[in-house]
Design a protein around this ligand. Sequence first.
Ligand code: C2O
Ligand code: CU
Length: 544
Amino acid sequence: TMKSQEHFQVKEASYTRLCSSKNILTVNGQFPGPTIYAKKGETIIVDVYNKGKENITIHWHGVSMPRYPWTDGPEYITQCPIQPGSKFSQKIILSFEEGTLWWHAHSDWTRATVHGAIIIYPKNGTKYPFPKPDAEVPIILGEWWKSDVNAVRDEGLATGADPNVSDSFLINGQPGDLLPCSKSSTFKLTVDHGKTYLLRIICAALHEPLFFSIAKHKMTVVGTDGSYTKPLTRDYITIYPGQTYDVLLEANQHPDHYYMAAKTYSSAPGSPNAFDNTTTTAIVQYRGYYTPSSPPSLPHFPAYNDTNASVQVMAGLRSLADAEHPCNVPLSPSTKLIYTVSMNSFLCPNNSCGGPNGTRFAASINNISFQSPTIDILQAYYYNISGVYGDKFPSVPPLVFDFTNDILPLEYQIPKNRTEVRVLEYNSTVEIVFQGTSLISGTTHPMHLHGYSFYVVGWGFGNFDKNKDPLHYNLVDPPLQSTISVPTKGWAAIRFEASNPGVWFMHCHVERHLTWGMETAFIVKNGKHLEAEMLPPPSDMPPC
Ligand code: C2O
Ligand code: CU
């Protein structure tokens, strides 16, 4: 049902998974949280009441929030947290996006349980660019910890080690048949032979990219991150934390029941014990009279570390680039940035930390680990409060080295701790090349930008070559996304026009990398006309 006003009561509720019960933070007692339904162009008001014990903020992931960063949500970037007992009335301004997005908590690791889908239908009088599906189903991929997630986070920060991995993945809140005490509650999608289903798949997992597949069925990707794509048919998809895919599933196999399943893709060397290697399942069940095979068949997955397999969707994604969905990629960007995204580790006094050889982990962009301020950057910018952030990102000279070589000078292991942002002129055209490095070990980083969708014009493995690689950019039908997976020891190039004034966070959507400092922000200045200026703040901004 579509409502233009929602009430979100953030409160604890008891949930039982994997044979034990615990209190988790929820919205309205639901896990996953309530789905928001809207049409393109609408504005939804969400009254967020904090009835829990912890500070919280809520973010509308992938919504560009034109001229209105005030209720975007990232803690200490655009607002101070909503304190227990208080309320914040947030606007979600859906101007450009159409398809599947999501909302989640944007403080600590609370988003593990505080998240839900945002489904944006075409405006009246417009249609999907594919045949209307017979039914639509949100598929939310998540993670479950038996212990308290924020305790896992705090322990990781205290010891400097990699925090504990989750105890299982989830499909729509359920671990599935293969996990203990979970069989009776496995999510089931009942289908009719011959019909087509639109799966709105969201990766709400905190840390792990996932392979997702349905036994014996193909999936046709038709959208990602709230934009449509040319149809792309695959046996499986790889979905990174933060991303969404709209996928058509044709129920065209023998009436039976089949598993849909998800499991980790990991580029990290070493044993699969370093991450959650369990498989979460749900069931696609055909209606009718038949004797189901027992057990249902599982999909075939690539090996957990098959990096070539992991890029098969990314390699085929194209935007529609037609009259109704034009491609507006900037052709000659005025601002070109290279941001190196690295994992770091450095020695603690007396080699006393819990990471490898007594080190502590950190993460950085251009060797700067972002330090969260104590009042939000948006407020400091708007009211000219000095001393909160620096506006010279990157304040250290760009690193020059063979980024993806395995042996690197030790000085690159130690990032600087700073609160630095970059200022962009209104309507400047921006290219960012994210360059992965092999510091510690290369891994993939799903980089997410608030306030914008961007065109992904190119990507590759190894070092970005500024003379050769741009010659192969796709400037005709690049996909429009808001979370791009930078391949392990590789690079990805994005472009956008800075036409949305405000303060916009940019970060890796792997939660522990964000905790370790892999983030920065953009301040996009006002333009010269009233319609090119940030709107004024609401009267109920949470105080710091
Ligand atoms: Cu999913 Cu900063 O967001
Ligand atoms: Cu990362």
